[in-house]
Design a protein around this ligand. Structure first.
Ligand code: PLP
Length: 395
């Protein structure tokens, strides 16, 4: 039996494969400190869990509208209006099971075969996968260490052709933790307006900005109507398993994305959406405490990594990832690249990290080695993990 050709173009998120290996090694009795998976180690705040349970008891267990229940769309519209300084109506909002479907459906709705889409590299692997899947050409935009993992504006300009249809940005960023500056956002906006491009602005880590305020490209005049904001509940409220996210976009596109929802998921689980309303409109102290804790851990892990021979790590502005340069460590250990380093740390030190290659192919001329560590794990685990890496690298 033959599968459709398009599935050959589908990529994946290797973090889930590493997670499976970690679970297997643990089942064999190995002790593994995992910095591999990008999800908060905290539990969902109690008031949100209670709201979800209440909704089930109240029989909010039926089909709902494909774009999401109106009270949640209203709450999201209010929240996005206030935090992005723009005017959002509920009709601009599409609620989905997690933020990921907005990447899938947003690209499906806006990009034709043969179009070109510029996306960050290293970056969240689903962008490249989906661009390929719809038959478009992925055009990687290198993020460079010297610019704190932002991009070179001239280089971005040089990548735009008459076939370019969309630019994807992600700030704060996975895997680097980089945050785009006002000037970077303005450069993207200028190009998007000049060439009439869509922008996907993946803002899933918007509540995890540690130095200064979060900035959205949609606040720049002319950008709201051409931008799809991606946000959700997974990272801010530790709700990864609830599957609740959303997109904010112009009304016509929102209707199209909702129709794609009708054709795929029908709707997002109704009781989950009631929990989402509590998350957005209830007390924010737990979310704020989690963000403060992530910031503390960032400082701890950056300091610890910089004390290891052959590893240098710049301080990222957001998310819960660090992306250290491990070129020196690879050389010391006689390892060819970050993939070998990932394997070495897992099997020799019992530490799980993700190699640079989990986030896209090496850019042209890229000669340094990197790994991503998610510090969404306890202080004790971070300290133990750092000690193990140090011992294994400096042996
Ligand atoms: N966008 C980025 C940049 C992410 O890192 C993730 C999750 O890791 C997502 C989107 C997907 O979020 P969700 O779990 O809500 O689908």
């Amino acid at each position: 039996m033959r599968l459709a050709q398009r599935v050959n173009r589908l990529g994946t998120e290797t973090a889930f494969e590493v997670l499976a290996t970690v679970k297997q090694l643990e089942a064999e009795g190995r002790s593994i400190i995992s910095f591999a998976i990008g999800e908060p180690d905290f539990d969902t705040p109690q008031n949100i869990k209670d709201a979800g349970c209440r909704a089930i008891q109240n029989n909010e267990t039926h089909y709902g509208p494909s774009a999401g229940i109106m009270p949640l769309r209203e709450a999201i519209a209010k929240y996005i209006s206030e935090t992005r300084n723009i005017s959002v109506k509920p009709e601009h909002v599409v609620v989905t099971p997690g933020a990921k479907p907005i990447i899938f459906h947003g690209i499906l709705a806006c990009v034709d075969p043969g179009d070109e889409v510029i996306y960050p590299n290293p970056g969240f692997p689903i962008y490249e996968s989906m661009i390929n899947f719809v038959g478009a050409k992925p055009v990687p935009l290198p993020l460079v260490e010297e610019k704190n993992f932002s991009f070179d504006v001239q280089q971005l300009r040089s990548l735009v052709t008459e076939k370019t249809k969309m630019i994807i940005i992600n700030s704060p960023q996975n895997p680097t933790g980089g945050v785009l500056s006002k000037e970077d956002l303005e450069a993207v906006a200028e190009l998007a307006i000049e060439h009439d491009l869509w922008v996907i602005s993946d803002e899933i880590y918007s509540r995890l900005v540690f130095d200064g305020e979060f900035r959205s490209i949609t606040a720049i005049p002319g950008m709201q109507e051409r931008t799809i904001i991606i946000d959700g509940f997974s990272k801010t409220y530790a709700m990864t398993g609830w599957r609740l996210g959303y997109g904010v976009m112009n009304e016509k596109l929102a209707e199209t994305v909702a129709r794609l929802e009708t054709n795929s998921e029908s709707c997002t689980a109704t009781f989950t959406q009631w929990a989402g309303i509590e998350a957005l409109t209830g007390p924010q102290d737990r979310a704020e405490a989690m963000a403060a804790e992530f910031r503390r851990r960032r400082d701890l892990i950056v300091e610890g990594l910089n004390q290891i021979e052959g590893i240098t790590c710049c301080k990222p502005g957001g998310a819960f990832y660090v992306y250290p340069n491990v070129t020196g460590a690879c050389k010391r250990l006689g390892l060819a690249d970050s993939r070998e380093f990932q394997r070495y740390l897992l099997y020799e030190a019992g530490v799980a990290v993700l190699a640079r290659t989990c986030f896209g192919k090496r850019n042209q001329g890229e000669d340094q080695e990197y790994v991503r560590l998610s510090y969404a794990t306890s202080t004790e685990q971070i300290q133990e993990g750092l000690a193990r890496i140090k011992k294994a690298v400096e042996r």
